[in-house]
Ligand binder design. Structure first.
Ligand SMILES: [Zn+2]
Length: 414
């Protein structure tokens, strides 16, 4: 299975990346040949030939779930591919060789994948990355830095990165990912080759769930439709009972907002569910992380061991990071609930307009039809606007409960 198989429904983008990987491979081969033949100039000139599809900085954009990070990872793997088939005219990115495999599982020495649970990426971390990027690749191919959340760079961090992107080391490649091109500083994006991913078609998502995750076709189709082409969410929905329960609760909300009491109660429940999500993530990660740091700092094993003098700062830093991650998880989870609600009302609108497209939420078809029958398309549009306004308020850091209450009250019948 070639590395591109993980990039779902993006044929145009993968064709461009495959061409770039082929040209990148030619650069490596030409330089190696040049060294051997000691005819440096001629071959090096060939390597730098015009019209090459390869460049040092790339920007992958696309809506959440379109798989921009997966595309960047696949490209990184293709750049590191050492399959012998390449000599026989095969394209780099076989998916099997050591270069591809270690990149995909995240252990390749020359591939740094940066993803953050935090709301922002600061100057200090970015400096470390830039230093890392300036190293020559240990494996002799490319030094690849994948920045999965380039939209979260602070302005200061962006300026640090800018210098590195402007004058990259000869074998360094930056792969930046962000939801949209507007999310990245103009100075940086103007120096990147931009690839725009689309929301993958429902059928392509369902297909990959069946093929790669072994999910049965019917469940895969349902999950792909419910999440409207968001690959990770579709997989989670198809495999995680808790995710299904939470989604079911969200989809009942429109039927419960009949009076003010119901509205306020529903708002509180949405907030609580998001808090539960954050707690679950914290339970899975925090304790292990804390224990690892304690061990690294030289504390005795187990929770009772005292920390050596002068290491409290590092522990405090970790606790702060965990707190920020909890906030972020809570927000993301709330945002997912709001995405589900938007999809619900979009289905209502489709019914009201007599559209014949398949509904995203046909498992709650009765509720959809009830609300469609009791209201007008204008009312539904105003409800969709209320959900969007709530997402925007959360984005601006309005207190979550206030924002959600304002929304549920606006969703009320009548
Ligand atoms: Zn390979």
């Amino acid at each position: 299975m070639a590395v591109w198989d993980d990039v779902v429904g993006q044929e145009r983008v993968t064709a461009q990346l495959a061409a770039a990987a082929r040209d990148a491979d030619a650069v490596v081969a030409a330089e190696a040949a040049a060294r051997e033949a000691a005819a440096g100039e001629v071959a090096a000139a060939a390597a730098e030939r015009t019209g090459s599809q390869m460049t040092h900085a790339w920007l992958f954009t696309g809506p959440p779930g379109s798989g921009r990070a997966a595309a960047a990872r696949a490209f990184a793997a293709a750049l590191q591919c050492v399959s012998p088939d390449r000599a026989l005219g095969g394209a780099p990115g076989c998916g099997f060789c050591d270069g591809c495999h270690t990149t995909l599982i995240g252990t390749h020495a020359d591939v740094e994948i940066v993803r953050t649970d935090l709301l922002s990426i600061g100057v200090k971390e970015t400096r470390d990355l830039v230093r890392r990027a300036s190293l020559s690749p240990a494996g002799g191919r490319w030094q690849v830095i994948v920045l999965e959340d380039a939209d979260r760079l602070t302005e200061g961090a962006g300026n640090v990165l800018l210098k590195a992107v402007e004058e990259p080391a000869p074998r360094t490649v930056w792969l930046l990912c962000a939801p949209s091109i507007e999310d990245v500083l103009p100075t940086i994006r103007s120096r990147c080759r931009h690839l725009s991913l689309r929301t993958p078609p429902v059928a392509a998502v369902a297909d990959v769930l069946v093929r790669r995750d072994g999910i049965d076709p019917e469940a895969a189709d349902r999950a792909a439709r419910a999440t409207q082409g968001h690959i990770d969410r579709a997989r989670r929905l198809a495999t995680d009972e808790r995710a299904r329960a939470r989604r079911a609760a969200v989809l009942k909300l429109p039927l419960r907002v009949d009076d003010i009491v119901g509205c306020l109660k529903a708002a509180q429940e949405l907030i609580d569910a998001a808090g539960e999500d954050a707690k679950q993530v914290a339970e899975e990660i925090d304790a292990k992380e804390t224990e690892e740091l304690r061990a690294a700092l030289g504390a005795a094993a187990g929770t009772g061991g005292r920390l050596p003098r002068g290491t409290a700062g590092a522990m405090k830093e970790l606790q702060d990071k965990q707190k920020r991650r909890a906030t972020r998880t809570q927000r993301d989870s709330l945002d997912l609930a709001l995405v589900d609600l938007t999809a619900f009302y979009r289905d209502v609108l489709a019914l009201q307009m007599g559209a014949t497209v398949p509904l995203a939420n046909d498992e709650v078809g009765d509720g959809l039809r009830r609300i469609a029958g009791n209201s007008t398309p204008e009312r539904t549009l105003r409800r969709i606007e209320a959900v969007i306004a709530c997402r925007e308020a959360l984005e601006r850091n309005v207190a979550p409960l206030l924002a959600v209450e304002a929304m549920t009250v606006a969703l009320r019948a009548g």
